[in-house]
Design a protein around this ligand. Structure first.
Ligand SMILES: [Zn+2]
Length: 276
């Protein structure tokens, strides 16, 4: 029975591929379909794009963005509809990844459960972060490639997760770079500064930069910001300084990539090549 199901799945996947091959001349997609990947597409600007029935913004140049979450298991259905009614369907199958899991036993209850006052502050912080990550601007910087925001040794990766006393904690979604307080932090792509808060409860100095179509960068634990909300910044421009603010064990940069409220892997984003 299990074997049959697998075979059926494979067959439907192959059918999906055949359909897309027949019509795919105009549609380009970046090729890393890993869990946690930002996927960039290019099509004719007057086409309409939907992902699992939800419409996705297409830029004047035909660029669009979508993502796979850390644990995405289901195939996604991408439909590209041209003005003359022709539709192209692509089945995108997420490639499964193994994440680093650590089990830590004997943690005191007080650390496991932060107090009420802290919870209220965390709630306020989260509201600001949520509002920034909802922005769906017309920028297309996400389609032009990214650079690392700092030259430093990578000390933490996307997707890793700790279990305290058997209880899973939220996975780590950032890419951590070692650094000293004051080290320059550059914008990984062109963008607009959406948010800077110097003292969030967990993440300390926190900046969010919009790269367009819901794709944004978040920097955590900053000691300083050199830009203001609303500023346009370019790829490689100095925007902030490394710090150890908030709940950090020492100075480092934690860089995150978001597609709206979905968290994506910055290491995969650095490998993206602009589509031609
Ligand atoms: Zn981190």
């Amino acid at each position: 029975m299990v074997k049959q199901c697998t075979l059926l799945l494979k067959l439907s996947f192959i059918t999906g591929l055949l359909i897309s091959q027949a019509l795919s001349a105009k549609t380009l997609l970046s090729e890393q379909f890993f869990q946690g990947a930002l996927i960039v597409g290019k099509t004719s600007p007057d086409n309409k794009v939907t992902l699992n029935g939800k419409s996705i913004k297409v830029s004047k140049n035909g660029d669009y963005a979508l993502g796979f979450s850390r644990d995405e298991k289901n195939n996604s259905e991408l439909i590209i509809l041209s003005p003359n009614g022709a539709a192209e369907k692509r089945i995108l199958k997420p490639l499964k990844r193994e994440y680093n899991i650590q089990r830590v036993e004997g943690i005191a209850k007080s650390i496991m459960n932060p107090n009420k006052k802290a919870n209220i502050r965390v709630g306020e912080d989260n509201k600001k972060i949520k509002a920034a990550r909802k922005v769906d601007s017309n920028l297309t910087a996400f389609a032009k490639g990214f650079v690392a925001p700092i030259e430093g040794i990578i000390t933490g990766v996307y997707g890793s997760q700790r279990y305290y006393n058997g209880v899973p904690k939220t996975p780590h979604y950032g890419l951590d770079y070692a650094g000293k307080t004051g080290d320059p932090v550059k914008s990984p792509a062109d963008g607009t500064i959406l948010m800077f808060v110097p003292d969030m409860f967990y993440s300390g100095g926190t900046m969010i930069i919009d790269h367009g179509h819901g794709v944004s960068s978040t920097f955590l634990h900053l000691s300083d910001s050199y830009v203001s909300v609303g500023d346009k910044v370019s790829k490689g421009q100095l925007v902030a300084a490394v710090g150890a603010s908030g709940r950090a064990t020492g100075p480092h940069l934690d860089w995150r990539i978001n597609w709206f409220n979905m968290r994506l892997d910055p290491e995969l984003v650095l490998k993206l090549k602009p589509l031609k």
